[in-house]
Write a protein that binds this ligand. Structure first.
Ligand code: TYM
Length: 334
């Protein structure tokens, strides 16, 4: 049996990047009979970036409703909230004690925060950086290693975290025996990093997202705002240099991608290309959109699903953690 696992941080409204980078490939993989799947809401991770209780609570609800509306089968996949699994922070501590500070110094998110302080002329390069941000990759390693995941579908921005999870797990295995499976990173090359409206990575932090559950009218309006160059209708356009094409390719079949390439060569107008993109995205999300709004009106259903998932996740995590503690010498006196 192969175990697939992925999570989303509950700090904002789910967007197309989360959908194509993580949720869609995860749900597709979970439908395979030979897959064991764990999908979760990373609300402990959310605390690292966000100290607004209402925002975390709302985001958790929206992201949970999103997975369910998109057809996740919770009888087959284990769907849970990170903070409902107390074994995860316990494992985080065991792993923290095995992780060298030097490895964490190299984490992209930490380095970016230090670089920003330095650019702004701060005397203390660590100003405002919490221990949560610094040790973020250890919590993520615990999420993954806790369930012996073999495959982790993520966007390309998460690949360094996965490398670190393997490093941390391998060090533990080396000292205490082969307990953890080494997780493989699964990145879809067609989407690797979905650009946002301004062409930078689509991200809550850049405020450039296309939220998943806009009305048709709003979705169209957002898509029309995607940045393009100033080539006129009739002038040939380069698909390798177009954010509209990048997003189109993440949704389209191979044949549709080839047809769009021809239209680009023939000088399709930007407005027409965007209209085609809108129709494609809208068709894909239409049915789920209604289910999403129903679920948002019925939060008890969402909560029940999460409780069901927590029971199943802990049924694995609890005995596994007991074995890990035993292995490191935290055990009853005999
Ligand atoms: P997060 O919440 O930033 O993003 C959730 C997932 O969406 C993907 N993603 C994208 N993919 C393509 N293009 C984009 N523009 C884009 N934006 C986001 C991310 O790569 C991710 O797969 N640390 C993780 C959450 C996490 C996790 C884990 C993931 C915590 N523990 C264990 C996997 C396994 C994060 O902040 O993702």
């Amino acid at each position: 049996m192969t175990t697939v696992l992925t999570g989303i941080t509950t700090t904002g409204t789910p967007h197309l990047g989360n959908y194509v980078g993580a949720i869609k490939p995860a749900i597709l993989r979970s439908q395979d009979e030979a897959m064991n799947s764990y999908f979760f809401l990373a609300d402990f991770h959310a605390m690292i970036k966000c100290w607004e209780p209402e925002r975390i609570a709302q985001s958790t609800k929206e992201i949970a409703a999103t997975w369910l509306a998109l057809g996740l089968d919770t009888d087959k996949a284990i769907f849970y909230r990170q903070s409902d699994i107390p074994e995860i922070p316990e494992l985080t501590w065991l792993l923290t004690c095995m992780t060298s500070k030097g490895l964490m110094n190299r984490a992209h998110a930490y380095k970016a925060a230090v670089a920003e302080n330095t650019d702004q002329g701060e005397d203390d390069p660590d100003k405002g950086i919490t221990m949560g941000l610094f040790s973020y990759p250890v919590l993520m390693a615990a999420d993954i290693l806790m369930f012996n995941a073999n495959e982790v579908p993520v966007g390309k921005d998460q690949t360094q975290h996965l490398e670190m999870a393997r490093d941390i797990g391998a060090r533990f295995n080396h000292h205490f025996g082969e307990h953890f499976t080494m997780p493989k990173t699964i990145v879809d090359d067609n989407v690797a990093i979905l650009p946002g409206l301004d062409g930078r990575k689509m991200s809550k932090s850049y405020n450039n997202t296309i939220p998943l559950w806009l009305t048709e009218k709003q979705l169209r309006k957002h898509i029309m705002k995607i940045k393009t160059n100033s080539l006129e209708p009739g002038e040939p356009k380069d698909p390798n240099d177009s954010f509209v094409f990048d997003i189109y390719k993440a949704f389209a079949t191979e044949q549709q991608v080839n047809e769009m390439k021809t239209e680009f060569a023939n000088g399709i107008a930007w407005g027409t290309a965007k209209q085609q993109l809108f129709e494609m995205v809208n068709t894909e999300l239409k049915a789920a959109r209604e289910k999403y709004h129903d679920l948002m009106e019925n939060p008890d259903i969402i909560e029940q699903e999460l409780q069901k998932g927590a029971v199943k996740a802990r049924a694995f995590a609890s005995p596994f953690l007991a074995r890990l503690k035993e292995a490191v010498g935290i055990r009853p006196i005999k």
